[in-house]
Design a protein around this ligand. Structure first.
Ligand code: AMP
Length: 400
């Protein structure tokens, strides 16, 4: 029999579970799936085997346990059951690892307790991740379960970049500091960018722009993250689909005092009703561009605000790094929106940055350069793959 070589990656959200089963011998995907609207009458499971037809099931799935069992049934129907001896481990995306977890970690009771202790700084995410872990443990108690933290890649950020300039005792008492998120994506993309340039990671400084519905920038020097735009929570930094990104903190107590809003209402306003949605009613960049092309002024202003913030971060991180070798665009918008890439780089010739229009317009799922031949600084599109990164880190930890 061959050694166990499969890894199941689980990304458990509050009402959804995404899963992927990978074969680590060739890093291929055996199946992917999504269970959404868990707990509602309209739950839906979509299962996509590598070979075969997409299968969709609808009808109430009561909780995460039922969701994982439903996913396991689909995998078993493809001959990929979770009881298989070929399964080496289950890798869990865990959003917040605080300062304690800078590496992927085999989950023990003590580790789970620590992830629970971090719930106050990640109230939306860590509870769902914990539920996913517990459910998977019940299903395969014998198997190593590994936590891969969204914050881990950012634990190398120096203290002077991670600390907010607020009272130290208050900050320490409540663990308030910059943690950063999307770490598996920033790690993967910065490494892939060095590969694209055909240079060792240790020789390359990269600004990574992860532009999905959530968005963050990071400055990576010789493979180590030295600055990132998300902070204590994923609210800080770039303009996002529904989140404001950077804002004067006084806006929050102004809203409380002047508009009589509660902390929870302000939380919802800034996390769910701001960003592109708040500015123009849409958060899908395709729709926003369509409206811009039709002359819609609100959409045009939203686009301009989005791009302006990106430019500020590219400039700031150029200064943080001192020397930039590449700017890499990734995630839904970064990989697919040529207009965003063009507008974000336009006018940055003084930084050695430029985009070649033909290269920028070409569509491909592969990492590629979009800067002109012989440009001083590379501009690249590097598709992210967080599940592959989680699977790779999980397998490396359990396979020896
Ligand atoms: P993600 O969170 O990485 O899945 O990114 C989701 C976002 O990517 C969507 O909200 C869209 O704004 C954006 N997106 C996806 N496909 C395209 C596309 N072809 N052109 C522009 N934006 C896109």
């Amino acid at each position: 029999m061959t050694d166990p070589h499969r890894v199941l990656v689980l990304n458990s959200g509050s009402s959804s579970v995404k899963y992927q089963l990978l074969d680590m011998r060739d890093r291929s995907r055996l199946a992917t799936g999504l269970v959404e609207r868990i707990g509602e009458a309209t739950s839906r499971l979509v299962h996509t085997p590598a070979a075969g037809q997409v299968r969709e099931r609808t009808g109430r799935i009561a909780d995460h346990e039922q969701a994982l069992k439903a996913a396991a049934r689909e995998l078993a129907a493809d001959g990929l059951g979770l009881d298989s001896p070929e399964l080496a481990a289950i890798g869990h995306r865990v959003v917040h690892g605080g300062l304690r977890f800078s590496e992927p970690t085999v989950i023990t009771d003590e580790v789970l307790t620590e992830i629970e202790r971090l719930v106050p700084v990640a109230p939306l995410h860590n509870p769902a991740n914990i539920t996913g872990i517990r459910t998977a443990q019940a299903l395969r108690p014998d198997l190593p379960q590994v936590a891969v933290f969204d914050t881990a890649f950012h634990t190398t950020i120096p203290e002077h970049a991670a600390r907010y300039a607020i009272d130290v005792a208050t900050a320490d008492a409540h663990r308030i500091r910059r943690y950063g998120f999307h770490g598996t994506s920033h790690a993967y993309v910065s490494r892939r960018t060095a590969e694209l340039l055909d240079r060792p990671v240790a020789d390359v400084n990269v600004i990574v722009l992860h532009l999905g519905n959530g968005a963050s920038a990071s400055a990576v020097a010789a493979g180590r993250c030295v600055e990132t735009s998300m902070g204590l929570t994923p609210l800080e930094g770039l303009v996002m689909g529904t989140r404001s990104g950077d804002i004067d903190p006084a806006v929050t107590f102004h809203l409380k005092r002047v508009a009589g809003m509660s902390a929870d209402e302000i939380d919802v306003l800034l996390n769910k009703k701001s960003g592109l949605v708040g500015l123009c009613g849409d958060n899908d960049m395709r729709e926003i561009r369509r409206r811009v092309d039709e002359g819609d002024e609100r959409a045009a202003l939203a686009f301009a605000i989005y791009v302006h913030r990106l430019k500020k971060y590219i400039g700031a991180y150029s200064a943080v790094l001192g020397r930039v070798d590449a700017v890499a665009f990734t995630a839904g918008i970064g990989e697919n929106s040529a207009p965003v890439r063009e507008a974000a780089i336009a006018g940055l010739e003084g930084f050695g940055l430029a985009v070649d229009p033909v290269r920028n317009a070409a569509r491909s799922g592969e990492p590629r350069l979009i800067s002109p031949e012989g440009a001083g600084v590379a501009v690249a599109v590097v598709p992210t793959d967080e599940e592959l990164e989680i699977a790779g880190q999980t397998f490396a930890l359990v396979h020896n």
